[in-house]
Design a protein around this ligand. Structure first.
Ligand SMILES: NC(=O)c1ccc[n+]([C@@H]2O[C@H](COP(=O)([O-])OP(=O)(O)OC[C@H]3O[C@@H](n4cnc5c(N)ncnc54)[C@H](OP(=O)(O)O)[C@@H]3O)[C@@H](O)[C@H]2O)c1
Length: 314
């Protein structure tokens, strides 16, 4: 089968396109004919070698989490799926199993969901990691009707979902992004838009009940400046050691810091799908690339300041 795979970490030409053996279905898995894969920062971080300690160094390595495709074969013991069903999901980027950037991928049942008919393969592949992270972040920050929420990094993968979801919950949404994306942030539903650097910063004295930091690396002094006392801040880059900072920030400043890491329970997918079906949420696909140009898609996602998501079509 054709695949885009890493032959090493880090180097400019580390991602190659070529032939690899097709995986064979195993108990508890589905063999999926892949139709689309979206690129998340975790994918280009793996390509750079930043997760080497978890992923190891066995090459060729097929990476790629978010996928959509068609069931080609069903492993022994699997119920509820049949050949020909459309499915989507996210293969854990933190496992050593083969990822999705290939014509066929072996996917554990726990990572697969039936794909609703109102989604295209490209749309479905754009969703899991970024949209479920935004959903969890808004849940963890208790965003609801009337909450004044700041979405930092509002037009990227996580952020563009976050703005739309917060709006759908009835929150008052302030967005930060680069000035080139002000109009887009407004189109996504933001009530107010500011830059994250340069001109038009959030005015002094403005404070929020909740911050979903989709970019993930807001400085502690900014969190303190922008978050109301008893407010909650969530980041998708919350590391185990951040817990010590969180305890300090809570005791010293009365602000809560938490994680918005992706949560992918069936009820999370259900909530996501119903937002899309009702027209309140729509994935923004910045660009699509064919599998043979996966390396270009990765460059676009890493360096191209994408609006929404970059998707590779197979
Ligand atoms: N833990 C998890 O489960 C999880 C899941 C998903 C994502 N993540 C992490 O979350 C982060 C964001 O993911 P993503 O998919 O949204 O990435 P992305 O699509 O690359 O978007 C990043 C966004 O951050 C903005 N940005 C850049 N510099 C900024 C700054 N100094 N201040 C504020 N915003 C800034 C960018 O705006 P411009 O393009 O306009 O510069 C862009 O909108 C990544 O680090 C990713 O690894 C973690």
């Amino acid at each position: 089968m054709k695949a885009a795979y890493l032959k090493s970490y880090g180097r400019k030409d580390s991602m190659q396109y070529g032939e690899l053996p097709e995986p064979l279905v195993k108990p508890g898995t589905l063999l999926v004919k892949i139709k689309a894969v979206s690129v998340n920062p975790v994918d280009w971080k793996i390509k750079k070698g930043l997760l080497k300690i978890i992923k190891g160094s066995r090459f060729p390595m097929v990476i790629g989490s978010d996928f959509a495709g068609i069931v080609e074969d069903v492993g022994p013991g699997v119920e509820g799926f049949k050949k020909g069903s459309n499915v989507y999901g996210a293969i854990s980027a933190f496992s050593k199993k083969q990822g999705a950037l290939s014509e066929f991928a072996l996917v554990d049942l726990k990572y697969v969901r039936k794909m609703p008919g109102f989604l295209s393969f490209t749309q479905a592949a754009s969703l899991p990691v970024a949209a479920l992270t935004a959903l969890n972040g808004l849940r963890r920050t208790h965003v609801t009707k009337g909450t004044r929420v700041l979405i930092n990094g509002a037009t990227g993968g996580v952020g563009h979902f976050g703005v739309q979801m917060a709006k759908a919950k009835g929150a008052h949404v302030t967005a930060t992004c680069s000035s080139a994306n002000f109009a887009l942030a407004k189109d996504l539903g933001a009530d107010e838009v500011y830059s994250y650097k340069g001109d038009k910063l959030i005015p002094e004295g403005t404070q929020f009940d909740a911050i979903l930091d989709a970019w993930g690396m807001m400085a502690y002094k900014e969190i303190y400046r922008l978050l109301k006392k008893k407010g909650i801040y969530a980041s998708p880059l919350y590391m185990p050691w951040t817990v010590f900072a969180a305890i300090y920030v809570r005791l010293r400043y009365g602000r809560k810091m938490t994680s918005s890491n992706m949560r992918a329970r069936p009820e999370d997918y259900k909530e996501l799908e119903s937002l899309i079906e009702s027209g309140k949420l729509s994935p923004l696909i910045e660009s699509t690339f064919p599998l043979e140009q996966a390396a270009e898609a990765f460059d676009k996602a890493q360096y191209g300041h994408p609006k929404g998501k970059v998707v590779i079509e197979v």
